[in-house]
Design a protein around this ligand. Structure first.
Ligand code: SAM
Length: 254
């Protein structure tokens, strides 16, 4: 599908994000939105730090823990060193996003039969787990990494995010991993306003969470060092440990 066919009239979070990461899969409306936000706050640095975390997490899962199956929910476009480009070549990767345009374009960017892209919503974990593409790619008896990167702030408390994660993790084999990064409630007001300017959808407002709340997503799992901490800490041990703008963590299912 060409850019023209999928060019939306409104900025798309996934395409704005692609632009922030230096990607080419975005249109003028996305670039303009990103530039407006960048004038208010250095959101590009945060997006890049978040992507460095994703890369570091996938590398560690691959090399240190031997993980070869990944489910990445809210994946955005599979470009700029996304999971299947960083994982070992024999890995199986299922990308999931609830933006149909992103899924259509993202699916076309995948090159191998070991990766798939489905339209799915984190708030409906049952549909993701029972999808035929999930069965094709993910062996439930083998450890899998569940990646939920830079998107938990789209899920409201009423949707029970900790419950959603439990519902997904229960289907994964022992030795599976949960990897999460999300915005926290210590983001300065001007940053929240900048992000809200184009991300905010009155039907689904963004949610900013405390570290303690995010910690509950990892209940019953064994944390991997350096633990739930500032996203920058995962790739730079010298980085300041707070205040938390985006926090990130990884943990193993016993
Ligand atoms: N995970 C990628 C990363 O960290 O680079 C992309 C993050 S992008 C900021 C957020 C993505 O989450 C967007 O592509 C958006 O369409 C998707 N998204 C938002 N709400 C979602 C939901 N309820 N279920 C699935 N995907 C969702």
């Amino acid at each position: 599908m060409s850019m023209r066919e999928v060019d939306p009239p409104r900025p798309s979070p996934a395409r704005v994000y692609d632009y922030l990461l230096g990607g080419r899969h975005n249109s003028k409306v996305d670039r303009d939105a990103a530039e407006r936000v960048m004038r208010l706050w250095p959101v590009r640095e945060l997006a890049l730090a978040n992507r460095r975390f994703l890369i570091a997490a996938v590398r560690r899962l691959t090399r240190e823990f031997g993980v070869r199956q990944f489910i990445d929910i809210g994946s955005g476009l599979p470009t700029e060193q996304n999971v299947h480009q960083v994982a070992a070549p024999d890995s199986r990767v299922l990308y999931v996003d609830n933006d149909a345009l992103v899924v259509a374009e993202g699916g076309n960017l995948l090159d191998g039969r070991q990766a798939g892209y489905i339209e799915g919503d984190l708030r409906d974990p049952h549909r993701i787990i029972t999808h035929p593409e999930t069965s094709r790619l993910i062996d439930p008896t083998v450890p899998t990494a569940l990646m939920i990167i830079g998107m938990m702030h789209y899920i409201t408390d009423a949707d029970d995010p900790a419950g959603i994660i439990r519902d997904l993790m229960v289907h994964l084999a022992p030795g599976s991993f949960l990897v999460v990064s999300t915005a926290t409630d210590t983001l300065p007001d001007e940053m929240r306003q900048a992000i809200d300017m184009y991300y905010r959808n009155p039907a689904a407002p963004l949610v900013w969470r405390s570290r303690e709340t995010v910690e509950r997503f990892f209940d019953g799992l064994e944390p991997v060092s350096p633990g739930l901490t500032a996203v920058e800490k995962w790739t730079d041990s010298e980085a300041a440990a707070g205040p938390w703008l985006v926090i990130a963590g990884m943990a193993r299912k016993p």
